[in-house]
Design a binder for this molecule. Sequence first.
Ligand SMILES: NC(=O)c1ccc[n+]([C@@H]2O[C@H](COP(=O)([O-])OP(=O)(O)OC[C@H]3O[C@@H](n4cnc5c(N)ncnc54)[C@H](O)[C@@H]3O)[C@@H](O)[C@H]2O)c1
Length: 386
Amino acid sequence: MLAARYTAPVRQSLRGATFARSWTPCTAQTASRFYASGSQDKVAKFKGQKGSDGKYLVSLIEGDGIGPEISQSVKDIFSAAGAPIKWEPVDVTPQLRDGKTVIPQESIDSITRNYVALKGPLATPIGKGHVSLNLTLRRTFNLFANVRPCKSIQGYKTPYDGVDTVLIRENTEGEYSGIEHVVVDGVVQSIKLITRQASERVLRFAFQYAEDIGKPKVRAVHKATIMKMSDGLFLRTAREVAKDFPNVEFDSEVLDNSCLKMVTDPTPYNDKVLVMPNLYGDILSDMCAGLIGGLGLTPSGNIGDECSIFEAVHGSAPDIAGKGLANPTALLLSSIMMLQHMGLYEHANKIQSAIFAVLAEGKTITGDLGGKAKTHEYAEAVIKKL
Ligand SMILES: NC(=O)c1ccc[n+]([C@@H]2O[C@H](COP(=O)([O-])OP(=O)(O)OC[C@H]3O[C@@H](n4cnc5c(N)ncnc54)[C@H](O)[C@@H]3O)[C@@H](O)[C@H]2O)c1
C-alpha cells in the first residue's frame, strides 16, 4: 500500500509538476528565475513602517517556561536603550481545527500586519496530536530561510576562540519535504525535493545577507558529488545567482569536508556566509553552536518574503522556569538580529556592545555560564553598560 503525505509548501511546489522517470518536478527544469536581478528586488526586505509615535510595532510571542522572564529582559533593555519599538503581545496557544494544528487568527493577523515578530521558546504539548508550533509558524508564514550566526563570547571559554560563523539554511524543502511512503512492508521511501525556485530564493537571500553584514564571501555547502541531480541543481543555481553579485566572492564545498575543516579550525569560515539545503543546515548549524558553547547562546532568524520571526534556539527550560535563573542572552541576540533586519543598526550595535561587555567582565552572569546572577540582575548590568 502506498501511503504518501505531503506538507503544505511541498504541495505548492508539486502543484502542476509532472513526474518523469527521474522524479524531478518539471518546475525544477524549466522555470526561469522569479526574482529579477538588482537591488530593487530585494528578497525578504522589511516592509514595516514607523507609526505616528515614531515607533515600529513588533509582535512579541513571549513563549512558555522561561519565555516570559527572558522576554521581560529584552523589553527592559530595549526601553532603556531607547529602541523605537512598541511590543504587541501575541498568543500562539495552539488550537486543533479539523484535525490540524493552527495558531489563533489574531496572532497571524498581528505578525502579518507588523511584518516582524520576536519569539520566546514554545513547548510542544506531547501526545495531544499537535504538530510542533515552531513548524506551524514556519509553514504559516513560509519562513524559507533560517539564519544562524555563531560568535564566540569573550569571557565564556570554549575549545575555540574567535569563532564568527554565519550559516543560512533552506527551510522549506529538501530532505524535510515530508514526502515519505511505504513501498512494501519493511521498505520505505523518503523523497528529497529540491526546486530551482526555493533554491534561488534562499541563495539570493544569502548573497544579499553577505553584502549587508560585510562578509562578501558566500560558500554553498552540498553533496552534489553523490546527489548529482538535487544538490546539483542547488549548486548550479548558486553559480547563476552569484553572477548577479559581482562584489561577493562565491565558492562551494562538499559537506563532509566542511564538517572536518570546521571542527579542526573554524576561523577560516569567519569571513564567509555558508548556505545549504535543509538537512545539512539543520545539522551544521547545531555543530557551529557547539563551537561557541551550545544552543543556549545562539540566536536565529526565520526569514520569509513577507514576515520574519526571530527567536532563541534553546527551548522553554521547564526545569528552571519561574526561578529567575534563565539566561536571556540568546533571545537578546535574536532581538539584535531583528533590529538589523529592520535597518536599526545603531540601536543593534549599542545593545550588542553592552551585552558583550557584561559577559566579558564575567561579574554578573547567570548560572548556566558559571555565574550567580538572576535574570533581572544580568539585564540591569546590561542596562548600566548602554
Ligand atoms: N525554539 C523553540 O521554541 C524550542 C526549541 C527546543 C525545544 N523546545 C521545547 O522546549 C521544551 C523543553 O525542551 P528541552 O528541555 O529539550 O530543551 P531546553 O533548551 O528547554 O533545555 C535544555 C537545558 O538547557 C537549559 N536552558 C535552556 N535555555 C536556557 C537559558 N536561556 N538559560 C539557562 N538555561 C537554559 C535548561 O534549563 C535545560 O537544562 C520542550 O517542550 C521542547 O519542545 C522549544
